[in-house]
Design a protein around this ligand. Structure first.
Ligand SMILES: NC(=O)C1=CN([C@@H]2O[C@H](COP(=O)(O)OP(=O)(O)OC[C@H]3O[C@@H](n4cnc5c(N)ncnc54)[C@H](OP(=O)(O)O)[C@@H]3O)[C@@H](O)[C@H]2O)C=CC1
Ligand SMILES: O=C(O)[C@@H]1CCC=N1
Length: 269
């Protein structure tokens, strides 16, 4: 049983909501429990898709908010009157803090923020969770059970830290996809065809990530195992390590994303 057995409304089924839905359906959740609400009404095989909340007046057991944060205020007038004292609100909206959600959805059992990432679609997501003040242990357990099927879960009690951590795992896949492309482009510069370079780059990143995930050693130690003293890898690592070039780049990347998260939080207050 995932998050009780009542109706789950998924509001928004784009890149992220769609990835979570794919993960839930693959994990065996009863599709009859799910209503997807999206303005386009674009159908999704296996679940009911509506353009607006169902007219029967029944409150959802779980309301998953997965529209863009900038669309929240457009969605609230139709959604807020539908929630009840038993509704668990799960929001994946980046940068929209729990008090900002509570202000817009006064009727709720609990509010839990989740920062998922798109590998949720294949059950390999990273799901950060933060419970709003007042969420009891059973509501937290239900929220966690809902997303546990999509990947690993980690609770972060401090909401400021939750926002800053979100940019590592929530945005992280995009940064890694860029890295794969950069590796491929560098391979092309060495004379490989674009196709072959792309294949080799992706397979190398996938294999290395799987190896690291299953290893008892740190990534740093695994890097040393690739780099023979005086060899080819060491010459490349020396470029990455010079003036901590990659560390500084990633620090700047996460800092920029975290600043944007804070701006979005302020806009939603
Ligand atoms: N993309 C990612 O990797 C991640 C995204 N998030 C969060 O997920 C949320 C969604 O992002 P993403 O999936 O990328 O966005 P998309 O633009 O891909 O999807 C947005 C969805 O919201 C629906 N929508 C638009 N307007 C409204 C409205 N007024 N009421 C209800 N639904 C509406 C759209 O409907 P329709 O399909 O009909 O157009 C669409 O299904 C954001 O809050 C983001 O912060 C969090 C972590 C990672
Ligand atoms: O870019 C964004 O704002 C969302 C949140 C994390 C990933 N995508």
């Amino acid at each position: 049983m995932i998050a009780g057995d009542g109706p789950i409304w998924l509001v928004g089924a784009g890149n992220m909501g769609g990835a979570m839905l794919r993960g839930w359906l693959a994990s065996g959740i009863d599709p009859a429990r799910i209503n997807v609400i999206r303005p386009s009404g674009t159908p999704i095989e296996g679940v009911t898709v509506l353009k607006a909340p169902p007219p029967d007046g029944e409150a959802p057991a779980v309301l998953v908010l997965a529209m863009k944060p900038q669309k929240l205020d457009e969605a609230v007038p139709a959604l807020a009157p539908t929630t009840g004292e038993g509704t668990l609100i799960v929001s994946v909206l980046a940068g929209t803090e729990a008090p900002s959600l509570a202000k817009r959805f006064p009727n709720h059992r609990a509010i839990v923020r989740v920062m998922p990432n798109t590998p949720s679609a294949i059950g390999k997501g990273v799901m950060l969770l933060h419970a709003a003040a007042g969420a009891d242990a059973s509501a937290k357990a239900e929220a966690e059970a809902l997303v546990r099927t999509l990947g690993i879960t980690e609770w972060i009690d401090d909401e400021g830290l939750f926002g800053r951590a979100s940019v590592l795992s929530g945005c992280g896949p995009a940064f890694l996809f860029r890295f794969v492309d950069a590796l491929a482009k560098a391979g092309e510069a060495q004379g490989l065809s674009a196709d072959q370079a792309a294949r080799l780059a992706l397979a190398t990143v996938a294999g290395a990530a799987e190896l690291a995930a299953g290893a008892n050693e740190t990534p740093a130690r695994l890097a040393d195992r690739v780099a023979s003293p005086g060899g080819t890898t060491r010459a490349g690592l020396d470029v990455i390590d010079r003036d901590a070039a990659l560390d500084r780049l990633m620090a700047d990347v996460l800092a920029a994303s975290a600043r944007r998260s804070e701006e979005m939080a302020a806009a939603a207050r």
